[in-house]
Ligand binder design. Sequence first.
Ligand code: FMN
Length: 364
Amino acid sequence: MGVTKLAYQASQEEHSIEITNVQALEGLVKARMEKGAFGYIAGGAEDEWTLRENGVAFDHKHIAPRVLKNIEKPDLSTTFMGIDLKIPMIAAPIAAQGLAHEQGEIDTAKGVAAVGSIMSLSTYSNKTISETCDGGTGGPQFFQLYMSKDEKFNRFLLDQAKKVGMKAIILTADSTLGGNREADSINHFTFPIPMANLAEYGEGEGQGIAAIYANAKQTLSLEDIKTISDYTDLPVFVKGIQSPLDIDDIIEAGAKGVWVSNHGGRQLDGGPASFDVLESIAKKVNKRVPIVFDSGIRRGSHIFKALASGADVVAIGRPMVYGLHLGGAQGVQSVFEHLSKELTIDMQLAGTKTVDDIKKTELI
Ligand code: FMN
Protein backbone atom coordinates (compact mmCIF):
# COMPACT_ATOMS: atom_id res chain seq x y z
CA MET A 1 0.00 0.00 0.00
CA GLY A 2 1.36 3.44 -0.92
CA VAL A 3 2.08 6.00 1.78
CA THR A 4 -0.34 8.93 1.70
CA LYS A 5 1.53 12.23 1.59
CA LEU A 6 0.09 14.68 4.08
CA ALA A 7 -0.67 18.13 2.69
CA TYR A 8 1.49 20.89 4.12
CA GLN A 9 -0.35 22.69 6.92
CA ALA A 10 0.37 26.40 6.81
CA SER A 11 -0.99 28.86 9.33
CA GLN A 12 -4.42 30.41 8.80
CA GLU A 13 -4.22 32.90 11.66
CA GLU A 14 -5.62 36.36 10.94
CA HIS A 15 -5.15 38.74 13.86
CA SER A 16 -2.79 41.34 15.22
CA ILE A 17 0.00 40.05 17.42
CA GLU A 18 1.47 41.29 20.66
CA ILE A 19 5.16 42.05 20.26
CA THR A 20 7.80 42.86 22.87
CA ASN A 21 10.60 42.79 20.34
CA VAL A 22 10.60 41.33 16.85
CA GLN A 23 13.60 39.03 17.43
CA ALA A 24 11.53 37.16 20.04
CA LEU A 25 9.05 36.17 17.32
CA GLU A 26 11.58 33.65 15.98
CA GLY A 27 11.25 31.45 19.09
CA LEU A 28 7.45 31.57 18.92
CA VAL A 29 7.51 30.51 15.27
CA LYS A 30 10.05 27.77 15.88
CA ALA A 31 7.72 26.16 18.41
CA ARG A 32 4.84 26.03 15.89
CA MET A 33 6.24 25.68 12.40
CA GLU A 34 7.17 22.47 10.58
CA LYS A 35 10.91 21.90 11.19
CA GLY A 36 12.08 21.94 7.56
CA ALA A 37 10.15 25.12 6.78
CA PHE A 38 11.49 26.88 9.88
CA GLY A 39 15.05 25.79 9.05
CA TYR A 40 14.68 27.16 5.53
CA ILE A 41 13.45 30.54 6.79
CA ALA A 42 15.63 31.05 9.85
CA GLY A 43 18.81 29.39 8.65
CA GLY A 44 21.94 30.88 7.12
CA ALA A 45 24.87 29.52 5.17
CA GLU A 46 27.52 27.17 6.63
CA ASP A 47 28.65 28.31 10.12
CA GLU A 48 26.13 31.17 10.08
CA TRP A 49 28.96 33.54 10.99
CA THR A 50 27.73 36.26 8.62
CA LEU A 51 24.17 35.74 9.84
CA ARG A 52 25.28 36.34 13.44
CA GLU A 53 27.47 39.30 12.46
CA ASN A 54 24.44 40.95 10.81
CA GLY A 55 22.93 41.19 14.28
CA VAL A 56 25.94 42.39 16.25
CA ALA A 57 27.31 44.88 13.69
CA PHE A 58 24.80 47.51 14.76
CA ASP A 59 26.64 47.63 18.11
CA HIS A 60 29.75 48.91 16.31
CA LYS A 61 28.18 52.37 15.97
CA HIS A 62 26.32 54.49 18.49
CA ILE A 63 23.64 57.16 18.47
CA ALA A 64 24.62 60.11 20.65
CA PRO A 65 21.36 61.50 22.04
CA ARG A 66 20.83 65.22 21.45
CA VAL A 67 18.72 67.20 23.91
CA LEU A 68 16.53 70.33 24.03
CA LYS A 69 15.46 69.89 20.42
CA ASN A 70 11.83 70.79 20.97
CA ILE A 71 10.41 67.56 19.61
CA GLU A 72 7.01 65.97 20.05
CA LYS A 73 5.70 63.23 17.78
CA PRO A 74 8.56 62.49 15.37
CA ASP A 75 7.50 62.08 11.74
CA LEU A 76 8.42 58.74 10.15
CA SER A 77 7.18 59.54 6.66
CA THR A 78 9.49 59.79 3.71
CA THR A 79 9.50 59.82 -0.09
CA PHE A 80 11.27 57.03 -1.90
CA MET A 81 11.47 56.66 -5.68
CA GLY A 82 8.74 59.29 -5.89
CA ILE A 83 6.46 57.18 -3.68
CA ASP A 84 5.15 58.62 -0.42
CA LEU A 85 5.78 56.19 2.44
CA LYS A 86 4.43 56.47 5.99
CA ILE A 87 7.53 54.70 7.33
CA PRO A 88 11.15 54.38 6.15
CA MET A 89 10.82 50.58 5.87
CA ILE A 90 9.71 48.36 3.01
CA ALA A 91 9.21 44.61 2.58
CA ALA A 92 12.24 42.53 1.56
CA PRO A 93 11.52 40.01 -1.19
CA ILE A 94 11.15 36.61 0.49
CA ALA A 95 10.51 33.40 -1.42
CA ALA A 96 7.88 30.77 -0.59
CA GLN A 97 5.74 32.67 1.90
CA GLY A 98 3.16 29.90 1.64
CA LEU A 99 5.39 28.06 4.12
CA ALA A 100 4.43 30.67 6.68
CA HIS A 101 0.76 31.21 5.84
CA GLU A 102 -1.91 29.86 3.56
CA GLN A 103 -2.44 33.32 2.07
CA GLY A 104 1.32 33.79 1.64
CA GLU A 105 2.35 36.84 -0.34
CA ILE A 106 -1.24 38.09 -0.67
CA ASP A 107 -1.44 38.65 3.09
CA THR A 108 2.03 40.16 3.23
CA ALA A 109 1.07 42.65 0.53
CA LYS A 110 -2.07 43.56 2.48
CA GLY A 111 -0.16 44.05 5.73
CA VAL A 112 2.49 46.14 4.04
CA ALA A 113 -0.09 48.30 2.26
CA ALA A 114 -1.90 48.86 5.57
CA VAL A 115 1.22 50.47 7.04
CA GLY A 116 1.75 52.64 3.97
CA SER A 117 4.77 50.92 2.52
CA ILE A 118 6.07 48.94 -0.48
CA MET A 119 5.70 45.19 -1.02
CA SER A 120 8.54 43.37 -2.80
CA LEU A 121 7.42 40.18 -4.50
CA SER A 122 9.92 37.35 -5.09
CA THR A 123 10.13 35.40 -8.34
CA TYR A 124 9.90 32.27 -6.14
CA SER A 125 6.59 33.23 -4.52
CA ASN A 126 3.76 30.84 -3.74
CA LYS A 127 1.15 33.27 -5.10
CA THR A 128 1.39 34.58 -8.63
CA ILE A 129 2.24 38.14 -9.55
CA SER A 130 -1.35 38.87 -10.51
CA GLU A 131 -2.85 37.17 -7.42
CA THR A 132 -0.61 39.24 -5.17
CA CYS A 133 -1.36 42.49 -6.95
CA ASP A 134 -5.06 41.77 -7.28
CA GLY A 135 -5.22 41.00 -3.57
CA GLY A 136 -6.99 44.32 -3.24
CA THR A 137 -4.18 46.16 -1.50
CA GLY A 138 -3.70 48.94 -4.01
CA GLY A 139 -0.30 49.50 -2.41
CA PRO A 140 2.86 50.02 -4.46
CA GLN A 141 4.89 46.91 -5.26
CA PHE A 142 8.35 46.04 -6.58
CA PHE A 143 9.08 42.80 -8.41
CA GLN A 144 12.23 40.84 -7.54
CA LEU A 145 13.71 38.96 -10.46
CA TYR A 146 15.83 35.86 -10.23
CA MET A 147 16.94 35.68 -13.83
CA SER A 148 16.43 32.34 -15.48
CA LYS A 149 18.64 30.78 -18.15
CA ASP A 150 15.47 30.87 -20.23
CA GLU A 151 15.08 34.37 -21.71
CA LYS A 152 11.46 33.62 -22.60
CA PHE A 153 10.68 32.98 -18.95
CA ASN A 154 12.37 36.24 -17.90
CA ARG A 155 10.23 38.13 -20.40
CA PHE A 156 7.11 36.27 -19.20
CA LEU A 157 7.77 37.45 -15.62
CA LEU A 158 8.68 41.00 -16.61
CA ASP A 159 5.60 41.31 -18.84
CA GLN A 160 3.39 40.45 -15.88
CA ALA A 161 5.26 42.72 -13.51
CA LYS A 162 4.77 45.56 -15.94
CA LYS A 163 1.13 44.70 -16.58
CA VAL A 164 0.15 44.82 -12.91
CA GLY A 165 1.92 48.14 -12.40
CA MET A 166 5.02 47.17 -10.43
CA LYS A 167 7.06 50.30 -9.74
CA ALA A 168 10.56 48.81 -9.98
CA ILE A 169 12.46 45.62 -10.70
CA ILE A 170 14.88 44.26 -8.11
CA LEU A 171 17.60 42.26 -9.82
CA THR A 172 19.02 39.94 -7.19
CA ALA A 173 22.68 39.49 -8.03
CA ASP A 174 24.02 37.54 -5.03
CA SER A 175 22.26 34.26 -5.69
CA THR A 176 23.04 32.60 -8.98
CA LEU A 177 23.10 29.51 -6.81
CA GLY A 178 21.95 28.91 -3.25
CA GLY A 179 24.33 29.32 -0.31
CA ASN A 180 25.40 26.15 1.46
CA ARG A 181 22.62 26.05 4.06
CA GLU A 182 23.15 23.14 6.39
CA ALA A 183 19.71 23.22 8.03
CA ASP A 184 18.18 22.40 4.64
CA SER A 185 20.56 19.45 4.19
CA ILE A 186 19.92 18.11 7.70
CA ASN A 187 16.15 18.41 7.24
CA HIS A 188 16.24 17.13 3.62
CA PHE A 189 14.13 20.18 2.93
CA THR A 190 12.10 20.33 -0.26
CA PHE A 191 9.37 22.87 -1.01
CA PRO A 192 6.02 21.27 -0.14
CA ILE A 193 3.96 23.69 -2.26
CA PRO A 194 4.37 24.94 -5.82
CA MET A 195 6.12 28.18 -6.66
CA ALA A 196 3.28 29.87 -8.41
CA ASN A 197 5.20 31.79 -11.07
CA LEU A 198 7.16 28.69 -12.08
CA ALA A 199 4.03 26.68 -12.96
CA GLU A 200 5.07 26.16 -16.57
CA TYR A 201 8.68 25.55 -15.66
CA GLY A 202 8.69 22.67 -13.18
CA GLU A 203 6.75 24.25 -10.30
CA GLY A 204 9.26 23.91 -7.43
CA GLU A 205 7.01 21.53 -5.48
CA GLY A 206 9.05 18.61 -4.14
CA GLN A 207 12.32 20.27 -5.19
CA GLY A 208 15.07 21.54 -2.95
CA ILE A 209 16.56 24.99 -3.33
CA ALA A 210 19.52 23.65 -5.35
CA ALA A 211 17.21 22.21 -8.01
CA ILE A 212 15.39 25.52 -8.29
CA TYR A 213 18.57 27.59 -8.58
CA ALA A 214 19.78 25.14 -11.25
CA ASN A 215 17.48 26.97 -13.69
CA ALA A 216 18.86 30.37 -12.68
CA LYS A 217 21.15 32.25 -15.03
CA GLN A 218 24.69 31.70 -13.76
CA THR A 219 26.33 34.19 -16.09
CA LEU A 220 24.70 37.35 -14.73
CA SER A 221 26.53 40.43 -15.95
CA LEU A 222 26.26 44.21 -16.05
CA GLU A 223 24.48 43.95 -19.41
CA ASP A 224 21.50 42.33 -17.71
CA ILE A 225 20.73 45.64 -15.98
CA LYS A 226 20.29 47.39 -19.31
CA THR A 227 18.39 44.48 -20.86
CA ILE A 228 15.84 44.58 -18.04
CA SER A 229 15.46 48.34 -17.94
CA ASP A 230 15.18 48.59 -21.75
CA TYR A 231 12.58 45.82 -21.79
CA THR A 232 10.43 47.13 -18.94
CA ASP A 233 11.13 50.85 -18.85
CA LEU A 234 11.18 50.42 -15.09
CA PRO A 235 13.95 51.41 -12.66
CA VAL A 236 16.24 48.49 -11.78
CA PHE A 237 17.68 48.00 -8.30
CA VAL A 238 20.67 45.70 -7.97
CA LYS A 239 20.27 43.66 -4.78
CA GLY A 240 23.09 41.96 -2.93
CA ILE A 241 25.66 44.75 -3.05
CA GLN A 242 28.41 44.37 -0.43
CA SER A 243 31.35 46.20 -1.96
CA PRO A 244 31.92 49.86 -2.95
CA LEU A 245 33.95 48.46 -5.86
CA ASP A 246 30.74 47.41 -7.63
CA ILE A 247 29.07 50.81 -7.41
CA ASP A 248 30.46 52.75 -10.38
CA ASP A 249 29.99 49.74 -12.66
CA ILE A 250 26.36 49.14 -11.81
CA ILE A 251 25.38 52.82 -11.95
CA GLU A 252 27.14 53.26 -15.28
CA ALA A 253 25.35 50.12 -16.50
CA GLY A 254 22.00 51.78 -15.75
CA ALA A 255 21.06 50.75 -12.19
CA LYS A 256 18.62 53.24 -10.69
CA GLY A 257 19.06 51.94 -7.16
CA VAL A 258 21.49 50.06 -4.93
CA TRP A 259 20.22 47.40 -2.50
CA VAL A 260 22.85 46.72 0.15
CA SER A 261 22.27 43.20 1.44
CA ASN A 262 24.01 39.91 2.15
CA HIS A 263 20.73 38.03 1.78
CA GLY A 264 20.39 37.69 5.55
CA GLY A 265 23.59 35.63 5.79
CA ARG A 266 22.15 32.93 3.54
CA GLN A 267 24.66 33.15 0.70
CA LEU A 268 28.40 33.71 1.22
CA ASP A 269 29.32 32.83 4.80
CA GLY A 270 32.43 34.69 5.90
CA GLY A 271 31.36 37.91 4.20
CA PRO A 272 31.00 41.05 6.32
CA ALA A 273 27.91 42.08 8.20
CA SER A 274 25.78 44.11 5.82
CA PHE A 275 25.73 47.09 8.20
CA ASP A 276 29.54 47.17 8.36
CA VAL A 277 29.80 47.88 4.62
CA LEU A 278 26.88 50.31 4.31
CA GLU A 279 28.71 53.55 5.05
CA SER A 280 31.54 52.98 2.56
CA ILE A 281 29.05 51.99 -0.12
CA ALA A 282 26.88 55.05 0.56
CA LYS A 283 29.94 57.29 0.24
CA LYS A 284 30.73 55.77 -3.13
CA VAL A 285 27.11 56.11 -4.30
CA ASN A 286 27.26 59.75 -3.22
CA LYS A 287 23.48 60.23 -3.63
CA ARG A 288 23.53 59.37 -7.35
CA VAL A 289 20.80 56.75 -6.77
CA PRO A 290 18.72 55.70 -3.75
CA ILE A 291 19.90 52.99 -1.35
CA VAL A 292 17.88 50.22 0.30
CA PHE A 293 19.54 48.41 3.18
CA ASP A 294 18.72 44.99 4.64
CA SER A 295 20.12 42.07 6.63
CA GLY A 296 19.73 42.05 10.37
CA ILE A 297 17.19 44.80 11.06
CA ARG A 298 15.46 43.81 14.31
CA ARG A 299 15.19 47.11 16.23
CA GLY A 300 14.09 50.67 15.65
CA SER A 301 17.66 51.67 16.57
CA HIS A 302 18.97 49.46 13.71
CA ILE A 303 16.74 51.39 11.30
CA PHE A 304 17.99 54.68 12.76
CA LYS A 305 21.64 53.60 12.38
CA ALA A 306 21.13 52.36 8.80
CA LEU A 307 19.46 55.65 7.76
CA ALA A 308 22.23 57.63 9.48
CA SER A 309 24.79 55.54 7.56
CA GLY A 310 23.39 56.33 4.13
CA ALA A 311 20.32 54.14 3.53
CA ASP A 312 17.17 55.84 2.20
CA VAL A 313 14.93 53.04 3.48
CA VAL A 314 15.50 49.66 5.10
CA ALA A 315 13.88 46.36 4.16
CA ILE A 316 12.40 43.97 6.69
CA GLY A 317 12.96 40.26 6.06
CA ARG A 318 12.55 37.37 8.48
CA PRO A 319 10.57 39.28 11.18
CA MET A 320 7.94 40.11 8.55
CA VAL A 321 7.54 36.41 7.67
CA TYR A 322 7.28 35.53 11.36
CA GLY A 323 4.51 38.11 11.69
CA LEU A 324 2.80 36.56 8.66
CA HIS A 325 2.92 33.12 10.26
CA LEU A 326 1.62 34.29 13.62
CA GLY A 327 -1.13 36.62 12.43
CA GLY A 328 -1.48 36.81 8.61
CA ALA A 329 -1.84 40.29 7.14
CA GLN A 330 -2.48 41.78 10.57
CA GLY A 331 0.58 40.02 11.94
CA VAL A 332 2.71 41.61 9.21
CA GLN A 333 1.16 44.96 10.10
CA SER A 334 1.97 44.38 13.80
CA VAL A 335 5.66 43.81 12.98
CA PHE A 336 5.96 47.05 11.02
CA GLU A 337 3.98 48.92 13.67
CA HIS A 338 6.19 47.62 16.45
CA LEU A 339 9.36 48.63 14.62
CA SER A 340 7.77 52.03 13.95
CA LYS A 341 7.01 52.40 17.66
CA GLU A 342 10.63 51.66 18.57
CA LEU A 343 11.91 54.01 15.89
CA THR A 344 9.59 56.78 17.11
CA ILE A 345 10.97 56.47 20.65
CA ASP A 346 14.55 56.43 19.35
CA MET A 347 13.96 59.51 17.18
CA GLN A 348 12.55 61.48 20.07
CA LEU A 349 15.32 60.42 22.45
CA ALA A 350 18.00 61.17 19.84
CA GLY A 351 16.60 64.63 19.14
CA THR A 352 15.57 63.94 15.54
CA LYS A 353 12.14 64.97 14.29
CA THR A 354 12.20 63.66 10.73
CA VAL A 355 13.77 60.96 8.57
CA ASP A 356 15.92 63.70 7.02
CA ASP A 357 17.14 64.65 10.51
CA ILE A 358 18.18 61.01 11.05
CA LYS A 359 20.04 61.01 7.74
CA LYS A 360 22.00 64.06 8.88
CA THR A 361 22.96 62.45 12.19
CA GLU A 362 26.57 61.37 12.63
CA LEU A 363 26.92 58.13 14.53
CA ILE A 364 29.83 57.83 16.94
N1 FMN B 1 16.00 37.69 -1.45
C1 FMN B 1 15.68 37.79 -2.75
O1 FMN B 1 16.17 38.68 -3.43
N2 FMN B 1 14.78 36.92 -3.31
C2 FMN B 1 14.19 35.92 -2.60
O2 FMN B 1 13.38 35.17 -3.14
C3 FMN B 1 14.56 35.77 -1.25
N3 FMN B 1 14.03 34.78 -0.51
C4 FMN B 1 14.32 34.71 0.82
C5 FMN B 1 13.72 33.70 1.59
C6 FMN B 1 13.94 33.66 2.95
C7 FMN B 1 13.27 32.61 3.77
C8 FMN B 1 14.79 34.61 3.58
C9 FMN B 1 15.01 34.62 5.06
C10 FMN B 1 15.41 35.58 2.80
C11 FMN B 1 15.19 35.64 1.43
N4 FMN B 1 15.77 36.63 0.64
C12 FMN B 1 15.46 36.72 -0.70
C13 FMN B 1 16.64 37.67 1.25
C14 FMN B 1 15.81 38.86 1.77
O3 FMN B 1 15.31 39.64 0.72
C15 FMN B 1 16.65 39.76 2.68
O4 FMN B 1 17.82 40.13 1.99
C16 FMN B 1 17.01 39.09 4.01
O5 FMN B 1 15.89 38.42 4.53
C17 FMN B 1 17.52 40.10 5.02
O6 FMN B 1 17.97 39.47 6.18
P1 FMN B 1 17.07 39.43 7.53
O7 FMN B 1 15.81 38.76 7.18
O8 FMN B 1 17.88 38.59 8.49
O9 FMN B 1 16.91 40.83 8.00
